[in-house]
Design a protein around this ligand. Structure first.
Ligand SMILES: Nc1nc2c(ncn2[C@@H]2O[C@H](COP(=O)(O)OP(=O)(O)OP(=O)(O)O)[C@@H](O)[C@H]2O)c(=O)[nH]1
Ligand SMILES: [Mg+2]
Length: 251
């Protein structure tokens, strides 16, 4: 018997509160539950998190005792989603940069292909900083090598709909990066495990008062280190990955 599909949004939160009400309202309008993971935010953000959860009964708040990074928070959210019986988790950034009107498109694609990872391809306007778009291209180049494929059109967009079980299988193995590298690493690892990807466009807004926690030096260093580990990870799996690639091309 097919498992009933249940979706929750998982939102890692670190000192981003301005868009929380708007996000919770959008989730409610799409009849989605929300799991907010507070990663040791400041008192002001905590106050807003509390008020959102009081106002939106479908929103659950998870509080981490130590700041672990975006990845650590998403992992906690995925574990909770599984324990609450959700089959799919929609990861959304808390800063309101994602265009949430695409949620129905993602849900439809997921219902058609429940084992697939449905991921966002960012659509930027002129407000996007050059450094971020260049960094993204470099990462996508490396991800193509690490997966020996062009299957992953974008590995950095934080808007994605995961099949929860497939992610939880990976979580028990541990990750190399728990901060900003996590979004990239989970994609490469899921691809190594044979998960199929489907990409849909998502508009990303860089509004003026946006607060970014992406630290140019620290996070780019983490991401560079991650790519070298993923590259050697690919070499260790080379025979399996090539075998799978040839079998796919033969079909
Ligand atoms: N849990 C947790 N979440 C974080 C941390 N840093 C950032 N986040 C969350 O991760 C998401 C993305 O963070 P941003 O700071 O916007 O980073 P970004 O979107 O990659 O960078 P920009 O494109 O510059 O906005 C948001 O939901 C943040 O609240 C952290 O240390 N812990
Ligand atoms: Mg952001």
């Amino acid at each position: 018997m097919m498992k009933e599909i249940r979706v929750a949004a998982v939102i890692p939160v670190y000192n981003h509160w301005k868009a929380l009400h708007k996000i919770a309202k959008a989730l409610e309008s799409f009849e989605l539950a929300g799991i907010l993971v507070d990663d040791c935010s400041d008192a002001e953000t905590k106050q807003h998190l509390k008020s959102v959860c009081e106002n939106f009964g479908t929103t659950t708040l998870i509080t981490r005792e130590h700041n672990g990074g975006k990845g650590a928070a998403v992992i906690d959210g995925l574990k909770i989603a599984k324990s609450l019986g959700y089959t799919h988790a929609l990861q959304i950034d808390a800063d309101g940069q994602h265009d949430l009107s695409v949620i129905p498109d993602f849900l439809k694609a997921m219902r058609d292909k429940p084992d697939c990872l449905i991921a966002g391809v960012p659509v930027y306007d002129s407000s996007a900083p050059k450094s971020r778009t260049i960094g993204r291209r470099i990462t996508n180049f490396w991800v193509a090598i690490e997966t020996l494929s062009m299957d992953i059109r974008d590995a950095m967009c934080g808007f994605r709909l995961y099949p929860v079980d497939k992610c939880c299988d990976l979580i028990s193995d541990g990750f190399w990066g728990y901060r900003m590298g996590f979004d990239i690493e989970i994609f490469v690892r899921l691809h190594w495990n044979g998960v199929a990807f489907l990409f849909l466009p998502v508009k990303i807004f860089y509004f003026k008062e946006n607060i970014s926690h992406f630290r140019m030096f620290r996070d780019n260093l983490e991401i560079s280190k991650l790519h070298s580990l993923l590259f050697f990870g690919m070499l260790r799996r080379l025979a399996v990955l090539l075998g799978r690639k040839f079998a796919k091309n033969k079909r």
